[in-house]
Write a protein that binds this ligand. Structure first.
Ligand SMILES: Cc1cc2nc3c(=O)[nH]c(=O)nc-3n(C[C@H](O)[C@H](O)[C@H](O)COP(=O)(O)OP(=O)(O)OC[C@H]3O[C@@H](n4cnc5c(N)ncnc54)[C@H](O)[C@@H]3O)c2cc1C
Length: 303
């Protein structure tokens, strides 16, 4: 089916990423995940950066591969197939850099996008808060302006790469504003006084991925770190998610694909009533439904 939607160049790139991911990532996946919670795979992320896979869609002038989002999707499928925790790490990084790419000044791009694209520094995108998930316009983290700085107070939740990243794009509002109005986007560097990492979320698996809280207490952000103009924050956040969310779909596809492969392997191996269970039609129906749903999902993602 891939041939229907992917160009020969996409297929070649997919093969290239698959060869790398199966050789360097897949053999380490079990060991990394068994290392337990909070074992963030810095080394593999660095390797992805060296291979250009943390900067797939960014221009070559900033060290990226200058490819389209379909290339990003096929690469995320392959990386996630090899180790499912790596996809969300790459995704957190992609959405961390996207606002800088879309709205950053030349100086901001040099300072943050370039090292991010090469994987020298990881990034994160911080929109969601404990009480503001799907309803992103209800964020409460707020800033007040003080001469050449913005003073940020608030709490972000479920942030991918929390603590592992060095560059954070944080969405916050002017104190007292409502909904989509008065929302801004800032770049906040790890180590900025007043910025700390809160609780890291407990997972049931996928331990190589981190989500956690960001805490801001009178955190002073230089005005040079504003992205776009004041008040652009909500739009920047939505532009980022519009482009970035498809990467999560690619990861979901890979996890489903791996599940199907495992189910087929088990059905061909397990015997009951004197037969491999794969020979029972009821099992075949289930496997066929899984394959059909994955195909449907892939069609949607590629479209
Ligand atoms: C692995 C992971 C990584 C993440 N990484 C990041 C990150 O890097 N940066 C970041 O900012 N956030 C991140 N998030 C947070 C993520 O964006 C939120 O989980 C998401 O926006 C949903 O918010 P919520 O979890 O608060 O769910 P809620 O908004 O509370 O939703 C709960 C349920 O209600 C449903 N629902 C909500 N509103 C409606 C409606 N109007 N109609 C019908 N149903 C509705 C939802 O579909 C959901 O099933 C991450 C989350 C996860 C799980």
């Amino acid at each position: 089916m891939d041939e229907l939607f992917l160009t020969p160049e996409h297929l070649r790139f997919k093969e290239e990423v698959r060869a790398f991911a199966q050789k360097e990532i897949a053999p380490r996946a079990v060991e990394l995940d068994r290392a337990g919670p909070k074992s963030f795979p810095y080394e593999l992320m660095r390797r992805l950066g060296e291979k250009g896979l943390l900067g797939i869609t960014y221009p070559k002038e900033y060290g990226g591969l200058g490819r389209d989002f379909t290339s990003y999707v096929v690469a995320m499928e392959e990386v996630t197939l090899a180790y499912e925790a790596l996809g969300p790490n790459c995704q957190g990084h992609l959405v961390g850099l996207l606002p800088i790419y879309l709205r950053g000044t030349k100086e901001q791009k040099e300072k943050y996008l370039r090292p991010g694209v090469k994987g020298e520094k990881l990034s994160a995108f911080a929109l969601v808060e404990p009480q503001a998930g799907s309803d992103a316009a209800s964020i409460q983290s707020h800033i007040v302006k003080a001469e050449s700085t913005y003073i940020l107070n608030g709490k972000k939740a479920f942030i991918s790469n929390a603590g592992a990243a060095e560059i954070y794009v944080v969405i916050a509002r002017t104190k007292g504003t409502q909904r989509h109005q008065g929302v801004h986007a800032f770049i906040v560097e790890k180590g900025t006084p007043g910025f700390t990492i809160g609780n890291i979320d407990e997972y049931l698996g996928m331990y190589g991925h981190i989500t956690g809280e960001l805490l801001f207490e009178d955190c002073r952000i230089p005005s040079d770190n504003l992205l776009g103009d004041e008040g652009d924050g909500f739009k920047i956040a939505m532009e980022t998610l519009d482009r970035g969310r498809v990467g999560e779909c690619a990861q979901a596809l890979s996890i489903a694909q791996n599940s199907l492969q495992e189910a087929i392997r088990f059905a061909r191996e397990r015997e009951q009533f004197g037969k491999k269970i794969a020979e029972f039609q009821a099992i075949q129906f289930m496997l066929a439904d899984m394959a059909m749903n994955i195909d449907a999902g892939r069609l949607l993602v590629y479209r």
